[in-house]
Design a protein around this ligand. Structure first.
Ligand code: SAM
Ligand code: SF4
Length: 325
């Protein structure tokens, strides 16, 4: 699928639930989110139908995210079924790791193509402070278990927040020292509760890592599905990635759209533009009508986000736990 800006759209991120077992301070309110009526949650069968139709339009890669995807019952069966869809080349998962060990056998059996684990700090108290529910030892054990189980393409995602964990880039990057695990620093975006915190620009983190590990080599090969810029550092086996959505806008290369747990096809992180697929599906539309509507929606994908521009405050009702990152 090519949008009106000539961008090839081949990647769908699916938020299978907006619920989570954590309450990260920049993502979810302490009291959680109001429950979506059960009938308004898109079923796995409905998601699979959308994926099948979108595979026919050129979607090749799927990311299963949330909220916390592993809190939704049946997610591993969904991953297995998604892997079997004609045209789908890659299915990966993003998780906070807390429930990961118990699902590793099923994920391996599903032939999952990769897992990203979110980890913002190596200090147990700061971990508790950021996640409000999580236990650092559990997620470290999950990373080890995933590595031992042979999960392919294991990545760590870290978001650094000013005055909270901004001194941790060097220790987090050390997770890539002995194992081929890529560590990626994601710039905090001013979405929902993210607006309450100050991000650390990727360039600042790169400077800290250069001081600690030595001069990096830009890595030109392809890793992952997205806009991360990767570097190799002396002494680190894994690569270090930077996703600088704010300081290095990469909208001109954007290859993705998102599906929320309510069946909203979201075209850009910043804007609410999109298509509500649930009413269409439940009104009995056929695959051709569905395809038609999706193509028309994607053609209207915004040119770029406007985060950081004073004239364009963020008005989208979706918060990060429902968008899926
Ligand atoms: N619960 C899973 C997890 O934490 O990995 C998947 C969903 S979570 C929304 C996906 C990613 O989005 C996490 O790595 C999280 O740190 C990141 N994230 C959440 N809010 C963000 C924000 N405002 N800016 C940048 N990244 C954010
Ligand atoms: Fe949950 Fe992930 Fe959001 Fe943290 S970042 S509250 S783990 S959805």
């Amino acid at each position: 699928m090519i949008d009106k800006c000539g961008r090839k759209i081949d990647y769908l991120r699916i938020s299978v639930t907006d619920r989570c077992n954590f309450r990260c301070v920049y993502c979810m309110p302490e009291q959680g989110v109001p429950p979506i009526a059960h009938t308004q949650i898109i079923s796995f069968e409905e998601i699979l139908r959308i994926c099948r139709v979108m595979a026919g339009l050129g979607i090749r890669k799927l990311k299963v995210t949330g909220g916390e995807p592993l809190v939704r019952r049946g997610v591993c069966d969904f991953i297995r079924a998604a892997k079997e869809l004609p045209g789908i080349e890659q299915v990966t998962l993003t998780t906070n790791g807390a429930l990961l060990p118990q699902y590793l056998p099923e994920l391996i059996a599903s032939r999952i193509d990769g897992v990203n684990i979110s980890l913002d700090t190596l200090d147990p108290d700061t971990y508790r402070r950021i996640t409000r529910r999580g236990c650092l030892a559990d997620v470290l054990a999950a990373i080890n278990a995933a590595w031992e189980a042979g999960i392919p393409r294991l990545k760590i995602n870290s978001v650094l927040l000013s005055s909270i964990n901004d001194q941790e880039a060097v220790s987090l990057a050390a997770l890539a020292r002995d194992r081929d695990i890529n560590v990626r620093f994601i710039e905090l975006m001013p979405i929902g509760l993210g607006q309450n915190f100050k991000p650390i620009p990727g360039a600042e983190i790169l400077a800290q890592l250069t001081a600690a590990y030595g001069e990096p080599q830009p890595f030109c090969g392809r890793i992952g599905n997205g806009p991360a810029a990767y570097y190799s550092f002396p002494g680190l086996k894994g690569k270090i990635g930077f996703i600088d959505a704010i300081s290095h806008r990469f909208c001109s290369e954007c290859n993705r759209v998102r599906l929320t747990a309510e069946g909203h096809l979201k075209l850009c992180l910043h804007y609410d533009h999109g298509l509500d697929l649930l009413p269409l599906l439940r009104a009995g539309c056929d695959d051709e009508q569905l395809q038609h509507s999706i193509v028309a929606a994607i053609e209207a994908k915004p040119l770029s986000h406007s985060f950081g521009r004073p004239e364009a405050s963020h008005t989208d009702k979706h918060t990060m736990n429902s968008i899926g990152g």
